[in-house]
Structures are given as structure tokens and as C-alpha cells.
Ligand binder design. Structure first.
Ligand code: A2H
Length: 253
């Protein structure tokens, strides 16, 4: 953890009822997986969300009718940022693991896909952000490789009880174009660097660095309300809109 606080946008990904048995206690409320992102302008390209299978999560009361699913650490931070039913005291309505969340159908802001599913990614850290990550395989090497692992390896899907229909219909959605890496920059850099799986941590970290600069400084939005605008300018406009519409909240740690 650094000295400079990191400011994330938490995307409210609505869990679509009917709820599974583990979530029955939450029936009648609005329940969200709260995904921490630094790239709110990429939300058009969401194909799924990520959880750590063995990660510990909880369903925490944000106010009378809204519930966020995230880690306990994030719930405590939120409670100190006026995002809990009772000030500075998170209330947990259900204890969950990543396994309980895999397969949950979600409706997520700006996503081109009306419904996306919750899937396992092994590199999710539970001590960073909320432990929930939204997946944008067009622009994130981690997301691209984790989705690729699930698509190409039936045994990997089986291991986590992932159904074909949660993964196979979801293709990359191009959303940002750059001169050097085109509009599927994550796929291009992973191919160039010959990255074989989501486990190649060092290569993936290098890949992220390379395309982040290009995407941010030269990237142009190709979809949505700000199509044609540079990412640099569109980013804050898209973020403000999500916050204004109540589809996202600010979270720092
Ligand atoms: B970003 P930083 Cl398109 N574990 O959002 C692992 N990764 C996590 C996480 C966690 N607990 N919480 C957030 N993240 C991811 C979009 C995105 C992101 C794109 C491209 C790059 C990118 C879609 N996934 O991040 O270590 C989230 O993925 C590249 C750094 O706090 C979040 O933004 O700097 C980013 O890592 C935050 O990482």
C-alpha cells in the first residue's frame, strides 16, 4: 500500500434476480457486485466480472435498500467514506466466497451485453480495491488472458463449474482505437509477447504498461456517447456521468 491514495470508480453491477440460495437473505433489495476500476471509459466493452474463487466476500448494507458484495476490507473503507448504512460500521448480511458468486448474472452500466456473468480469475487480489473486477478483454491484458483461458480450456471451466454459455458467446468488443495497437490492444500485445496464460505475471505486468500509455494518450473512443473523442478527455466525462446517474461511486484506499 502506497502513501498516495488510489482513487477508484466502483461500478455497480446489479445482480439479476432470482437470487441463488446463498443470497436469499437479500431478497427484495438492490444487490450489486461493486467492481473497482481505474478505467471507467472502458465499461462499454465489459464481457463478464471476475472474482477470486477462494476469496472471502460479504454482502454489506450500503443504505436501506442497497447492498454491495465485496471484501470486508473494502466494506470497512467504504463505511469510513459514508457508504454504509451505519457510519463507520459495516453490516454484513451474508458471508460468501468467490465460488458462491461464480455464474451470477449481472446487469452492468454502459455494457453492450445486456447480461454478463461472474467468472473466476486467479490473479484477483483480495487486499486491493473491492476484490471484484470488471472484465474488458479488448483493453486489459489480464482480462483478455483470463477469458482466453476459460474459452480454450474446457477442463478449466469444469474445475470451477463454469457453464459454456457464461463464456463462449462473449467476444471482444472493440471500444478504443490507437494507431499502434488497433482496437483490440490487449489481444495484440499478448500475441506479440507470446503470453500463454493468465499466470504469466511478469509478462502481463509489462504488457499492461506498454498499452496503457498508448490507450490513454493516443486512444480514441470508437463507441458510445463520446465516440470520436480522445480517451484522455472522454474518461472524466464518462466517469462523471456514471456517478451522476448513481451507477457508480467513488472509492479511495
Ligand atoms: B482496470 P491498480 Cl480495460 N485484483 O479496470 C486484481 N486486479 C484488480 C483488482 C484486484 N483486486 N481491483 C482492480 N483491478 C484491476 C479495467 C481496466 C483496468 C482496463 C485496462 C487496465 C486496467 C477493466 N478491468 O488496469 O493496481 C482493474 O482493472 C490496469 C492497471 O490499482 C483496475 O482497473 O493500479 C486496475 O486493476 C487497478 O489496478
Amino acid at each position: 500500500e502506497g502513501v498516495i491514495p488510489q482513487e477508484y470508480t466502483l461500478i455497480k453491477m446489479e445482480v439479476v434476480p432470482p437470487f441463488p440460495s446463498k443470497l436469499v437473505a437479500l431478497e427484495g433489495r438492490k444487490v450489486y457486485l461493486a467492481a473497482a476500476t481505474l478505467r471507467p471509459e472502458t465499461m462499454y466493452g465489459q464481457t463478464n466480472s471476475w472474482v477470486l474463487p477462494d476469496g472471502k466476500y460479504g454482502a454489506f448494507e450500503i443504505n436501506e435498500n442497497e447492498v454491495f458484495i465485496l471484501t470486508e476490507k473494502a466494506a470497512l473503507n467504504l463505511a469510513y467514506q459514508r457508504l454504509s448504512r451505519f457510519p463507520e460500521k459495516p453490516t454484513c448480511l451474508a458471508e460468501l466466497t468467490g465460488h458462491d458468486l461464480i455464474g451470477l448474472p449481472l446487469r452492468s452500466p454502459l455494457a453492450y451485453n445486456e447480461i454478463i456473468y461472474t467468472l473466476p480469475m486467479l490473479s484477483v487480489l483480495t487486499d486491493k480495491g473491492t476484490g471484484i473486477v470488471t472484465s474488458v478483454p479488448s483493453d486489459s491484458p489480464d482480462d483478455f488472458m483470463a477469458l482466453q483461458d476459460l474459452k480454450l480450456k474446457p477442463a478449466f471451466r469444469a474445475k470451477f463449474g463454469v457453464k459454456d454459455e457464461w463464456v463462449l458467446p462473449f467476444d471482444i468488443i472493440p471500444i478504443i482505437s490507437t494507431s499502434e495497437y488497433g482496437d483490440r490492444s490487449a489481444e495484440k500485445i499478448c500475441t506479440e509477447m507470446k503470453i500463454k496464460s493468465q499466470n504469466e505475471r511478469e509478462k502481463l505486468d509489462a504488457a499492461k504498461k506498454v498499452i496503457y500509455k498508448g490507450g490513454f494518450y493516443e486512444g480514441v473512443m470508437t463507441v458510445g456517447e463520446y465516440a470520436g473523442m480522445r480517451v484522455q478527455e472522454a474518461k472524466s466525462l464518462i466517469r462523471s456521468k456514471l456517478l451522476e446517474l448513481g451507477q457508480a461511486v467513488v472509492y479511495s484506499e
